[in-house]
Design a protein. Structure first.
Ligand code: PGA
Length: 254
């Protein structure tokens, strides 16, 4: 069975004290993770180690970086390398979140380099893709997302796809309160799996967890996660409230 994953994206929020409080509150909530389920927390760089320490020993709970550099090391002031993340025991990284594509001009080609360097360092990427509203309105979202996948992923081997998570996040649904319907999510997730199957075969396509992101909350998680090709969610706003995120974890398919 594919892993079912509740991933939190704290973005650029919270002080250290607030981040630690949220992590501690989460531990106290009534949430269950079965053997095929994971909770992954993408937190700001300065909080990676403190939050990892709080979650130490919790089975199925991981801490992720929200980004890494496309470069190996050297004179890149302000950047954080995949090797640095590995050296502090981080196992997951978000790659290509739409906010980074927009504000930091990350191209599909640069994201391909980030994926390479993350995988070289044995860090599992959570690769984010998704279309803006104009593309959805023109009904060309399947081609748009397929191109994102082809240009950033298709140089990877089938073996490298074993360590891969994809998050489909329609940009018009992020932070807007406007979720994709469960049918729209399922349709795109099936499209992504078809694209993966054409390149890597059915076994690989069936093994990659594909998360939905965009205004997921406790109230809609069961419906969205219940779709056949939706393997959990990448959650922004609602992940900042412990009880909400606990309910989202408990909404994962068994
Ligand atoms: P949201 O953000 O849940 O606040 O819409 C999702 C994301 O950007 O990962």
């Amino acid at each position: 069975m594919r892993k079912q994953i509740a991933a939190a994206n704290w973005k650029m929020n919270l002080s250290l004290a607030e981040a630690e409080q949220l992590a501690n509150e989460l531990l106290k909530t009534d949430h269950q993770l079965s053997a095929d389920q994971l909770a992954i927390f993408a937190v700001p760089f300065p909080y990676l180690l403190p939050v990892k320490t709080i979650f130490a020993g919790k089975t199925g709970v991981y801490v992720a970086a929200q980004n890494c550099s496309a470069k190996k090391n050297g004179a890149y002031t302000g950047e954080v390398s995949a090797a640095m993340l590995k050296s502090i025991g981080i196992e997951y990284v978000l790659v290509g979140h739409s906010e980074r594509r927009e504000y930091n001009h990350e191209s599909n080609a640069e994201l391909a380099e980030k994926l390479n360097i993350a995988l070289e360092n044995n860090i599992k990427p959570i690769f984010c893709c998704g279309e803006p509203l104009a593309i959805r309105d023109a009904a060309t979202q399947n081609d748009y997302v397929s191109t994102q996948l082809k240009e950033s992923l298709f140089h990877l081997s089938a073996a490298q796809m074993n360590n891969f998570i994809i998050a489909y996040e329609p940009i018009w649904a992020i932070g807007t309160g406007r979720t994709a319907s469960s049918e729209q999510a399922q349709e795109m997730h099936a499209n992504i799996r078809r694209v993966l199957e054409e390149q890597y075969g059915a076994a690989v396509a069936d093994s990659v967890s594909i998360l939905y992101g965009g205004s997921v909350k406790a109230a809609n998680a069961v419906e969205i996660f219940g779709q056949a090709d939706v393997d959990g969610g990448l959650v922004g706003g609602a992940s900042l409230v412990a009880t909400e995120f606990a309910a989202i974890i408990n909404s994962l398919k068994q």
